[in-house]
Design a binder for this molecule. Structure first.
Ligand code: HEM
Length: 504
């Protein structure tokens, strides 16, 4: 064999191996069945094996990813199809189409594996599971978060809100502080106490370091989404983010073990046995224990199957309420209007509002919704388990649907002043005139956020308490905020505010 033939053979082998590896990495867990007539990106072509993946070259982080997708979507106003290898991904860009999808949501209930598997390295619980494993955890969670339990949660929330108000009071007249630092612990304490039956004392002593652990864990998960080689388990576990994720778990493990042991002790004292066939869990740790027994899980899997509820419970609400305070500090006219509503409803009382009083705080609702419009969960993704058609467009089985909530919440077709902080967007007549799909900050269908009611109640309660006691200001400008793409959009400069007491 001559040197040229050997070279050609060697190059062909390298090329074949590379194509094989790329193909394996881009082969989806759920294959797409059939094709679609939904238009693809205006620029760039679909290549064999990699599909449109080359358009994502150079994407370094979640922000880049969303920016690239936004550019691809720019010339499309309803839907965009995109092939990542052989995986068909459909981006939803239109509120009316989203509404039609909501009515088909039983056909796209599962979380999209290609995105949500990244969460499993940290916590394989109700948030990322699908199928029976998911419904076994989701059903009791819906029972705990049922409207009839809100009165009980209200009492716990009001008690924790007092502690937060005192801590903010201590900062009065002492310059700038980050309101989210306090809010994280308030939201964590009520999640622990209301849903896990664990004493919520993190506002008093930060023993779990949970907010810090959550930021690290989310960072490592998002790194995994971006870097395709991290799809291979052993590459990820040896990589810096994989190692960091393991470190986070190591630090959390003893605390989770303690929570589970305490839970066992309490069940034993009450003569309740989670192995009994008629055992009914009374909190979410009991759900995890019962599930662990039924599914014969390892202790490790059981321990980390409730950590995601702790994250989902505190992080979203903390970002939402801290952002509301920051945005009101940036817009004194709206802060004054919110304050006047507090005077009107609460008649000068400094007590925590009752649930009936909360329901009369309509401007606070508008303000909170306008905040969610700016800082919502950026995107959600589902897998289609049975083909359907909307208008003339085909949504084939196995394809995934990506709803860029943030894109819809800023679309000038639905919002008068999309870039501004403008609570008037939520005046009842404006809400009625807008398609419902234009604003779904808690997602939809069977995977709608189970904590919606609880989250809104605890957020409004703390906002009401804070706004009546303190006036907030900040030197940060709304137009200058740069968002970090975490679970929600977070201000990269934090939530720096100054507080002055409203006491006469
Ligand atoms: C302002 C507050 C909140 C917002 C904006 C919010 C938003 C969302 C969104 C958009 C989803 C869907 C995520 C996805 O599909 O990727 C979701 C799911 C979820 N949320 Fe919330 N959430 C909030 C508060 C809460 C609270 C307080 C809890 C718990 C007490 C909670 C627990 C969950 C859980 C467990 C899921 C996963 C549900 C499932 O997949 O079946 N959330 N949330």
């Amino acid at each position: 064999m001559g040197p040229l033939t050997s070279l050609i053979l060697a190059l062909t082998t390298v090329l074949c191996v590379t194509l094989y590896v790329v193909r394996r990495l881009l082969t989806p867990a759920v294959p797409t069945k059939g094709t679609t007539n939904i238009p693809g990106p205006v620029v760039g072509r679909r290549w064999p094996v990699v599909g449109h993946a080359l358009l994502l070259l150079g994407v370094k982080n979640m922000k880049d990813l969303y920016g690239t997708v936004r550019r691809l979507c720019h010339k499309r106003d309803k839907l965009l199809s995109f092939y990542l290898g052989s995986k068909l991904t459909i981006f939803v860009l239109d509120a009316n189409i989203l509404e039609a999808i909501v009515s088909m949501s039983h056909k796209c209930q599962n979380k999209e594996h290609e995105l949500y598997y990244t969460f499993n390295a940290f916590s394989n619980g109700v948030f990322s599971k699908n199928g029976k494993g998911w419904s076994a955890m989701r059903r009791p969670l819906d029972r705990f978060l049922h409207p009839k339990n809100m009165e009980h949660f209200h009492g716990i929330t009001a008690e924790k809100a007092e502690i937060l108000c005192t801590r903010v009071g201590d900062c009065c007249g002492r310059g700038v502080f980050d309101i989210k630092h306090f809010m994280d612990y308030y939201m964590l304490d009520i999640t622990l106490e209301c849903l896990l039956n664990v004493p919520g004392t993190q506002q008093i002593e930060d023993t779990l370091h949970f907010p810090e652990m959550t930021s690290l864990a989310v960072y490592t998960m998002f790194k995994r989404i971006i870097k395709i080689a991290y799809k291979i388990e052993w590459i990820y576990s040896l990589s810096p983010p994989g190692r960091q994720c393991n470190k986070v778990k190591e630090r959390l493990r003893p605390h989770l073990i303690e929570m589970v042991n305490n839970c066992y002790k309490q069940m034993e004292l009450a003569g309740r046995n989670p192995s009994d066939p008629d055992f009914i869990p009374e909190n979410f740790i009991e759900v995890a224990i019962q599930n662990g027994i039924i599914e014969k899980k390892t202790e490790e899997d059981m321990l980390f199957s409730f950590a995601d509820l702790m994250v989902a419970g505190f992080d979203t609400t903390s970002v939402a309420t801290s952002s509301t305070i920051l945005f009101l500090a940036m817009h004194p006219e709206y802060q004054e209007r919110a304050y006047q509503e507090q005077i009107e409803v609460m008649k000068g009382s400094l007590k925590a509002p009752t649930r009936e009083e909360l329901s009369r705080m309509t401007f606070l609702d508008m303000t909170f919704n306008e905040t969610l419009r700016h800082v919502s969960v950026p995107a959600i993704a589902r897998t289609i388990n049975s083909q359907f058609t909307i208008d003339e467009y085909i949504f084939p089985e196995g394809a995934s649907i990506y709803v860029f909530l943030n894109h819809l919440f800023n679309d000038p077709r639905y919002w008068e002043r999309p870039k501004d902080f403008y609570p008037e967007h939520f005046q009842p007549e404006k809400v009625a005139a807008r398609p419902k799909g234009a604003f779904m900050p808690f997602a939809f269908g069977g995977r709608i956020c189970p904590g919606k009611l609880f989250g809104i109640q605890s957020s409004k309660l703390i906002l009401s308490n804070l706004l009546r006691r303190y006036k907030f200001s900040t030197s940060l400008k709304f137009e200058e905020i740069i968002y970090k793409y975490m679970i929600m959009l977070e201000s990269d400069k934090g939530y720096p505010v100054e507080a002055t007491s409203r006491a006469p």
